[in-house]
Design a protein around this ligand. Structure first.
Ligand SMILES: Nc1nc2c(ncn2[C@@H]2O[C@H](COP(=O)(O)OP(=O)(O)OP(=O)(O)O)[C@@H](O)[C@H]2O)c(=O)[nH]1
Ligand SMILES: [Mg+2]
Length: 146
């Protein structure tokens, strides 16, 4: 049942695909614009990339995370770097998972993305593509507690 689903907040650099992922998981295929503020979208909390990119927003991320059960650190598989600080996960008093996006893109490096997320403190890591419909069922199952 929808109201038994866990709520998840997504954090990651600009354009990694947070909003796109929320849209497909919500069955809402409208195109996305740049996220400008923390947005509550049903059982998801969407955050702007700037909130990871600038440390002065960390307190706002921590405050927003109290409204969810799961925090997702979102890393783009096509990026050669990551802005997640070591053990970033530990600033949240919540379950923190890693999500690797854009695994459909040719030449992406999923293992590199996984290393970034492990360094940031993620233990469970899910590989997804919102475009190619990969791993979306695994995210849904996690949120349903299955
Ligand atoms: N190939 C591919 N492209 C994707 C995927 N998910 C998102 N994108 C593209 O990535 C771009 C950025 O997506 P957004 O969802 O707006 O990214 P965001 O993380 O919400 O960005 P901010 O709101 O700026 O923080 C868009 O052009 C998407 O179409 C994916 O799974 N595969
Ligand atoms: Mg967005």
């Amino acid at each position: 049942m929808a109201d038994e689903m866990k709520k998840m907040m997504l954090i990651g650099e600009s354009s990694v695909g947070k909003t796109t992922l929320i849209r497909v998981l919500s069955g809402d295929e409208f195109s996305t614009r740049k996220t400008q503020a923390v947005e509550f979208c049903g059982r998801f909390i969407d955050t702007p990339g700037e909130f990871l990119e600038n440390r002065r927003f960390y307190p706002a991320l921590i405050t927003s995370s109290v409204d969810c059960e799961v925090v997702a650190m979102v890393q783009d598989a096509t990026r050669i770097s990551s802005l997640f600080p070591p053990q970033f996960a530990t600033i949240f008093n919540r379950k923190v998972v890693g999500i690797i996006t854009k695994v459909d893109v040719e030449g992406c490096n999923v293992d590199r993305a996984e290393r970034f997320l492990k360094n940031a403190g993620a233990k469970d890591i899910i590989r997804v593509s919102a475009k190619a419909n990969i791993g979306l069922d695994i995210v849904q199952d996690m949120l349903a507690g299955r």
